[in-house]
Design a protein around this ligand. Sequence first.
Ligand SMILES: [Zn+2]
Length: 333
Amino acid sequence: MRSYLFLFLIFAGCFLSGQSSFEPKRMVPAIVVTSENDSDEQSFNNLNGEQIIELIDSLLELDSVSDRMIQTLSDYAENKRLKEDIFVSLTGFYDSSIYPSHSMYDKWDTYQLFNDVTSDLNEGESRLLTLEDTSNECRFYNPFKGLITSNFGWRDGRSHNGIDIDLQVWDPVVAAFDGMVRVARNHPGYGRVVIIRHYNGLETLYAHFHRLKVKPGDIVEAGQVIGLGGSSGRSTGSHLHFEVRFKGKPINPRSIIDFNNNNLKSSSINLIKTKYSYAAVPEGVYFHKVVRGESLFKIASIYGTTIDNLCSLNGIRRNKPLKVGQKLMVSRQ
Ligand SMILES: [Zn+2]
């Protein structure tokens, strides 16, 4: 308890004496709080993040507090709350840093959409990522349940780094996973765009919003509204452009999300480093190389699975002809 008060007095001292203010500030004598007995001390120590924020909010109503101090205090509260959240309920799934997945990224950049980050994996190496941890209330929500109008991959000679989901202006769009908002701003191409960093190292991007409902540093939960759909930026018609990235490299959202059923293909995935990017493979899934004469029916029977399952895993239709040498994802059932 003493260290918090001490810290606060140091802050107060610094900013009251060194602030650049618009008007001369009345000097305020330092506020010294002493506890009457041990039980008071206990109750201060037991304040949770919300209560600390309330306490700071009430301090900030004093008119002698500078903008810079408000920022510092709110950063302090934000960090305090985040650390608590992590340590209390989510040990093991979340890492213990100030920003989600701090250990995997060098930077927390609230302006640049994606920086080139060197990978800690070599080509062919994989990393298992947990996407959903229902025992810790970490779930997935489909950002917007709508018709997919454009898929991931090459389109008109350019790579389309996400998928497009049709929506109407003002439709609410939600965060896919828990995390912290890294970017929330207007961008020439993406329009009003939100990027959320998640605790497993993935980032999700949501573009062409009409209105943003979050700002950088906000902690969001899966299913929380982060913006209202629109067609800002380079967009023809209102839609949500949705991307999933790891270390800046785009991943096909369909390889981890089953958009038809609004759930994940698997609660964890293996992220495999490829030459230029990453491939996400649901846990327990293998690759099968198609040989001459094989059909979906034959492959399904080899692995004891169904044609529907093969189609859903690979995002293909039942009547799509197979090519010799083509790799199909398969899971044994
Ligand atoms: Zn798009």
